[in-house]
Unconditional design. Sequence first.
Length: 93
Amino acid sequence: MADRVMKVNAFTTFDLLDASVEGHGFEEEAFATLNVRTAREDPEEITLELELDNTQLENVPAHADRVTLSADEARTFATELQKAAERVDDTDQ
């Protein structure tokens, strides 16, 4: 990804995912980076970061989206992800 906003290194959670962005009158697909991070010392929150490869996008300028979660919110999100993964696994069998 050229013109990257997020810092990506060996510790990044996912550095190459399929993603899409949709807006009024457009929908585009691009590779994406998705990361989960906390402060190294005394973390108080969890941050989810998402950045789509802007070299593959025509309608969206280079940017990264971030969502900050409390520990309880992160657990709720993790539970929902687990349930969704189980539904997909059940379909594959």
